[in-house]
Design a protein. Structure first.
Length: 318
């Protein structure tokens, strides 16, 4: 929810206190915000311009925000052109989300916003744009465009959901700041939850792939006795199998009925090499049994833990 024109109208008497003051400092709390400090006789007034989606607004604040490590190019432009300038007047466009801070030498800061986000512009005396906080989009209205908003937005623009009309001048900006501060904390918590869930889902997907590979190894371990059996049964086939055969049918003396069993062969190898191949495969997986079972248990516990973590609510922000 961004500020509507009615809310802006109710905040204007507080913002008028900036008139006559000297702009002393410009800060950049975030990529979508600009903070100004204006010196008036006896005190400093601080004003926040926010242009982010669903939170665009302008109001007085009490605290000095932390400065980003790298100020935006727009903030550097403001520091060059408006620090030290006197605030001459403020103006609004009735019925629209539009706010203008007039400075000496014809410069002005214009805040315009929509639900999808707003922008803060620095204009020269002719109304030409010297710079903007956010990249300008083709659909965004010009800073001084006075085209009335569509009637479909009228109810939202005229609303006062925070009850500012019931408050005295001087009490309204703190209510707005508190409301959006709580919303920012909720949004941050939601973003952290979403980021946590994405991280857990990626980790779970990777853990399941790993478990699948280890399960395939475990299946080979379970087959180890079969490879030894094939090697032993093939020893009875010497002189009976031609080189290049793809399989051998031999009597299965492990079977009480002594039925025949067909054993696959590598046609490139002679019978002795095929026998050694089966025994080598048996030794490989038989020796790996303990390790594979440990890996399987660990991988399964990781999958279980990640699945449980995804089902649990995120811990509260400290």
């Amino acid at each position: 929810m961004t500020l509507g024109s009615r809310e802006l109208e109710l905040l204007t008497p507080e913002l008028e206190g900036l008139v006559g003051g000297s702009l002393r400092e410009v800060r950049c709390p975030s990529a979508t915000a600009v903070w100004l400090e204006v010196r008036i006789p006896g005190e400093n007034l601080r004003v926040l311009f926010e242009t982010g989606p669903n939170e665009s607004r302008v109001h007085l604040v009490t605290e000095k925000p932390a400065q980003r490590e790298r100020p935006t190019a727009f903030v550097m432009l403001l520091r060059k052109h408006v620090v030290g300038a006197r605030v001459v007047a403020i103006s609004t466009l009735p019925g629209d989300r539009f706010w203008r801070l007039h400075l000496q030498a014809g410069l002005s800061l214009v805040l315009r916003w929509r639900r999808a986000g707003g922008n803060l512009y620095l204009l020269d005396e002719s109304g030409a744009i010297l710079g903007s906080l956010r990249p300008r989009t083709p659909k965004a209205p010009a800073p001084l465009d006075d085209t009335p908003p569509p009637e479909s937005l009228r109810a939202a623009l005229d609303a006062d959901p925070l009850g500012l009309a019931q408050l005295e001048v001087g009490q309204r900006s703190p209510v707005v700041a508190k409301h959006y501060g709580e919303r920012s904390a909720e949004d941050e918590a939601q973003q952290q939850d979403a980021g946590r869930d994405r991280t857990l889902r990626r980790a779970l997907k990777s853990a399941r792939r790993k478990l699948s590979r280890i399960e395939a190894d475990a299946a080979k371990v379970e087959d180890a006795p079969r490879w030894r059996r094939f090697g032993e049964l093939l020893q009875s086939a010497y002189g009976k199998i031609d080189r290049g055969a793809a399989s051998a049918r031999v009597q299965d003396f492990y079977d009480p009925e002594l039925a025949e069993v067909e054993i696959p062969l590598d046609p490139k190898l002679d019978l002795g090499a095929n026998i050694e191949r089966y025994f080598r495969r048996y030794r490989k997986y038989a020796e790996a049994e303990d390790t594979v079972l440990e890996r399987l248990e660990l991988a399964q516990s990781q999958v279980n833990a990640l699945s449980a973590a995804l089902e649990e609510p995120a811990p509260p922000l400290s």
